[in-house]
Write a protein that binds this ligand. Structure first.
Ligand code: AGP
Length: 603
């Protein structure tokens, strides 16, 4: 939800900021802007539309400066427009800011400033920060930022420049991510690691309400009482290439293709010595009487899959809650509940709120997170990491798959600890999990049939996904993926539920994608397949249990044999590729679907 970047060093800031914004565009892409500290003041260029539109506008402009800030926006307050784009300036153009977050009390603050004669030019909540900083400025930007942040309510990650302090860049945050990158002769501010990787892999993670005073060759941290804070410089292990497309037309395809490696790395991290392994071993299932899995979107769907695995293996009651609902339902949890927070970014506002609600009720919290140093990674009682590397496409693929394998491993370990599985049974299952990367690679080695089938589906108005039990859980993810990137209406249904209403939507040639990886439920899902075919539907059956023969109404896609409980890790790859190729054939902007942003850091 908006990406911000800042630079102070000895080179021209403009190309560095634009390059950083390119890496952050996944966070929002309805407008973008840049401000640099030029010789005679701030030079600001803002443009509605994608970053490319801003780049075009900058062509031929000789903007120069060794300090600057940039922003790529996902609008919350005020329509996407040039004037609502960031950076925002104070009325006297002495202060320039970029903001990610929402200022909840901006109306009151704005009215107060307007009464004092301050004139606002945008409809955004963010402009109030620039105006307030300029209004309060007393010759010391650090003091002023402390004062301003004490009156802001809501969430913010901010980069701030002041005309009168030409060498100082200030960063501060609350409930939104911000990192400070340190290179030999420059410092950076960014919403996320990929924006910095080509310059440095050394970063400081800013904590809430901390303020960083950043200069070309130094950075100092302070708390709200202006006391110095000591922070350690962390090393990022992600490579520069991991944030590049590497020859693929889209990040999404690259990330789908990376899944065998990601699965291997994540499984290894949990089964061999290291922090993931240690955390998993330290959790004692016997001290819990309930597991709650929560997250948003695909992360919620990972929880839906995991529910079947935990319940079957551990015989413990598992609830799956949408994080956006969890916090408002007065959940029945206590110190005997384990609340598992699933999140790629570790910054999803609703999931963070769910975590805080769980902690307030004394539940034990476990984050399953991809981004090191993120809020959930830092605040959850325990954290285990998916080893997916940076995920740039808005539609998650590899991070989702990595979440699934960690959840399987957790379930197996819990089942053995609670005596529901013998050591041998546990080992056998772990060996099957270790075999998943090779099976995923097998699917990815032969994607032509999926590509061909998808190319025939671009005209579909509505696509249904059906499955039973765990196949239904993964159908939810298949349907979300399709909607998200192809803009085709889609719903996922438990196969047996169709006849209770939804089957009335089936017409001649409606496409139904059926998933069947459970031998014991094959005949059940197949009768649902027959029910829809007899009402005119075409079916794409993704299965490793299929006994039927293909015909003009039924297309089969064979999956490798695998334990039913682990099968979502294979079927999801087909569903991801199906969605990808439908969207690609429609010529859509797959990595940046309309109206979406990758990290939803606002409620
Ligand atoms: C999935 O493709 C989505 N882009 C979205 O549903 C995502 O999974 C959700 O917003 C949660 O994000 P998180 O994993 O970073 O918390």
């Amino acid at each position: 939800m908006c990406g911000i970047i800042g630079y102070v060093g000895s080179e021209n800031a403009v190309p560095i900021i634009l390059e950083g914004l390119r890496k952050l565009e996944y966070r929002g892409y309805d407008s973008a802007g840049i401000a640099v500290r030029g010789v005679s003041g701030f030079e600001v260029v803002k443009q509605k539309g994608r970053l490319a539109a801003l780049e075009k506008r900058l062509e031929g402009q000789r903007i120069q400066g060794q300090m600057g800030i940039g922003h790529t926006r996902w609008a919350t307050h005020g329509e996407p427009s040039d004037v609502n784009s960031h950076p925002h300036l104070g009325s006297g153009s002495k202060i320039a800011i970029v903001h990610n977050g929402i200022i909840e009390n901006y109306r009151q603050l704005k009215e107060r400033l307007e009464r004092k004669g301050v004139v606002f030019v945008s409809q955004t909540d963010s402009e109030v920060i620039a105006q307030l900083t300029e209004y309060y400025y007393n010759g010391n930007l650090l003091d002023t930022v402390i004062r301003v942040s004490s009156v802001l309510e809501g969430s913010y990650a901010l980069a701030i420049m002041c005309l009168e302090e030409p060498e100082v860049l200030i960063a501060t945050k609350k409930d939104n991510p911000l990192i400070i990158g340190a290179a030999a002769d420059a410092h950076f501010i960014a919403s996320d690691v990929p924006a910095l990787l080509s310059h440095t892999n050394k970063v400081y993670y800013l904590d809430d309400k901390e303020i960083a005073v950043i200069k070309k060759d130094s950075v100092q941290f302070y708390n709200q009482d202006k006391e110095p804070v000591t922070k350690s410089l962390e090393t990022i292990t992600w490579s520069v290439d991991s944030a590049e497309k590497g020859g693929y037309p889209h990040f999404m395809l690259k990330e789908i293709m990376e899944q065998p490696t990601v699965l291997r790395d994540t499984v290894r991290s949990a089964l061999t010595r290291g922090t993931n392994n240690a955390v998993i071993n330290s959790l004692d299932i016997n001290s819990f009487n309930k597991i709650v899995l929560t997250g948003c979107g695909s992360a919620y769907n990972a929880g839906m899959v995991a529910k079947y695995v935990f319940e079957r293996l551990c015989r413990i009651s598992v609830e799956v809650e949408l994080a956006s609902e969890f916090r408002y339902k007065d959940p029945i949890i206590d110190s005997k509940s384990l609340v598992i927070l699933v999140s790629q970014s570790g910054e999803t506002a609703d999931t963070i709120a769910a975590m805080r609600e769980a902690k307030a009720k004394d539940a034990v919290t476990l984050g399953i997170v991809n981004v090191m140093g993120s809020t959930i990674a830092k605040e959850a009682d325990y954290t285990i990491y998916t080893y997916a590397g940076p995920e740039i496409a808005v539609a998650t693929t590899k991070a989702f798959s990595a979440q699934l394998v960690l959840l399987y491993i957790l379930a197996v370990r819990f089942a053995v600890k609670s005596g529901k599985l013998s050591e041998d049974e546990g080992q056998n299952l772990l060996r099957e999990i270790e075999a998943l990367p090779a099976k995923a690679a097998e699917i990815l080695a032969d994607i032509d049939p999926i590509q061909k089938y998808a190319s025939q589906c671009v005209g579909c108005k509505s696509i249904f996904f059906i499955g039973r039990n765990i196949d239904y859980a993964i159908a939810l993810e298949g349907s979300l993926k399709l909607k998200e990137i192809s803009y085709i209406h889609s719903e996922a249904y438990a196969g047996g539920e169709l006849k209770h209403g939804t089957i009335s939507l089936i017409e001649e040639n409606t496409l139904v994608v059926a998933i069947s990886c459970s031998e014991r439920l094959y005949s059940k899902i197949y009768s649902n397949v027959e029910q829809v075919i007899s009402r005119g539907a075409k079916v794409f059956l993704v299965s490793n249990t299929c006994k039927a023969c293909p015909d003009d109404k039924l297309t089969l896609l064979d999956l490798p044999q695998v334990n039913e409980l682990l099968s979502p890790s294979l079927s999801v790859i087909v569903l991801q590729l199906f969605s990808y190729y439908v969207a690609a054939n429609k010529g859509l902007d797959i990595d940046k679907p309309r109206n979406l942003a990758k990290s939803v850091t606002v409620e």
